[in-house]
Every structure is written in C-alpha cells, then in structure tokens.
Design a protein around this ligand. Sequence first.
Ligand SMILES: Cc1cc2nc3c(=O)[nH]c(=O)nc-3n(C[C@H](O)[C@H](O)[C@H](O)COP(=O)(O)O)c2cc1C
Length: 264
Amino acid sequence: MGVFYETIPKSMIKWILEQKVFWVATAPLSAVGHVNLSPKGGQYFGVIDERTFWYMDLTGSGNETISHLLEPGNGRATVLLNAFEGPPKIVRLWGQGRVLTNGTQAFSTFVDLHKVQTIPGTRSIIIVDIHQVGSSCGFSVPFYNFQEYRETLNDFFEKKDRKFKEGKVEESMDRYWAYKNAWSMDGLPGLPRAMEVGKEQNVAPIKKMVGPLALSRYHYGQGYTAAQVLLMVLASFLLGVAMTQYAPSLLSVGEKLATGVNGQ
Ligand SMILES: Cc1cc2nc3c(=O)[nH]c(=O)nc-3n(C[C@H](O)[C@H](O)[C@H](O)COP(=O)(O)O)c2cc1C
C-alpha cells in the first residue's frame, strides 16, 4: 500500500493544500539529542513545485525546528500530513530544510515573490527541498470535522505588537525571541537574531530543560557533557600515572644524549 515517489505527484498537490494542519519532524545530529515534532499549518503553507514545500513558521515557545535545520551538516526534515476528512491518506515529504529568518533580505524576497501575508507572530519561512515522497493508506486515522482555525496564537502576538507600537519596548518580538528562541533544548543555537538581541539587550534565555538531565548529559551547545568531562578526567589521570612512571627514565635518556652530544 505504501508508494514512494521522487517528487510530489501533481495529483497530490491539491490534497496537500487542502490540509489544515501538518507536522514537521527534525532531530539534532547528536545521538543523545532530542527528536522534535511540531504542529504547523493553518493557512500558511504552500507547494512551489514538485520538489519544494514551504510554510510560514509562527513564533512559539519552542524553536527546535530552526535549531536542527541550522545545525551545520544537518537540515533533515520530514513533513507529515494526514487526512482527517474524506478518503484516507497519509503523506510524508522527506527533505532538507532552509530557514529564511524574518528581517533578512532572503525572507523579504520570498514573501514578496510569493505574496505571503505575514502576521505579527511570523518568525521565519521554512523551505523544504524534497528528495522523497511517501504515501500510505491512512486507514485508521480517525475522522474529524474541521470547525475553524484557532486564533489564540495570532491574537497573542497581535496584542504584543500593538503594545510595542504604543511604546512598550519590552514587548518587542526581538526580546521574546531572545528569551524563548535563542537556544534549543539541547543547547543548539536557535534564531540568529534572537542570539544577537540577547547579547545587545542583555536578555537571559529561558532554561529549557529541568531535572538532573538538564545542562549535563544532553546540553552540548554551551559546555561539555558529563561523559566528555569524565573522559577528560580519566585521560588526565592516566597521563599523570604515565608521567610519574616513565619521566625519570626519559629524563636520564635525555641527559645521556645531551652528554654524548656535548662530549663530541
Ligand atoms: C496548528 C498549530 C498549533 C500550534 N500550537 C502551538 C502551541 O501550542 N504552543 C506553541 O508554542 N506553539 C504552537 N504553534 C506554533 C508553532 O508550532 C511554533 O512554530 C512552535 O514554536 C514550534 O517551533 P519549533 O518547531 O521550531 O520547535 C502552533 C502552530 C500551529 C500551526
């Protein structure tokens, strides 16, 4: 029942565009990093051609997708859509994701070219360059009837934007991003602008993980992991033992050599 394609079949594009929500999965390169899955969608996505899918990334408390896409050598992304109405269907799009951050020239160019209506919560445009498409049956996906889009997130950032424009500088999106979107939960850098603003305006980033695993085992972006520290301690200890053991004989060999050279 599963069918694979190298590109999005033309017959599938209409169905993709009709979906109200989809999910994006990404992961850091580290084997101990956390795999992320985020809801996306609403009215903010599209298919440019048979190899290119895009969506407008809305601001939220997390920024895992951006961090994984920006990690050097990474960028892997899987988009999953499934039919909650009509004939059953599940589609996966596998590709490499690119981040066009709000405020950059690349972002403005894309938005202008594709006539994208941005909103105050718009954080970036994510483009996924697809190399594989999979469709499967979706026979047990339950039926849900669509009622309406939930406006809470949009309202939240519209209100924030209004307060900022009225003069409350602390309500800026930049400050929100610096606080919430500067680092991933594994300590990978997030939105570049958030990191800059964090430094410039002295905004401390939120602590993303709690409990004993926070800032140790998984947190590899701003320090060493516990395993790395243990390895360094062990290596230093072994080097110390070796030095105490062999240093005197190495010194005497050195002295003999020096005497031999001087004696000639
Ligand atoms: C249908 C839908 C539901 C969403 N729900 C939330 C939510 O509950 N909390 C949140 O912070 N962001 C939510 N968002 C916003 C995005 O998921 C946002 O991009 C989020 O911060 C995750 O970013 P990340 O994928 O980079 O981790 C939602 C977006 C959509 C389209």
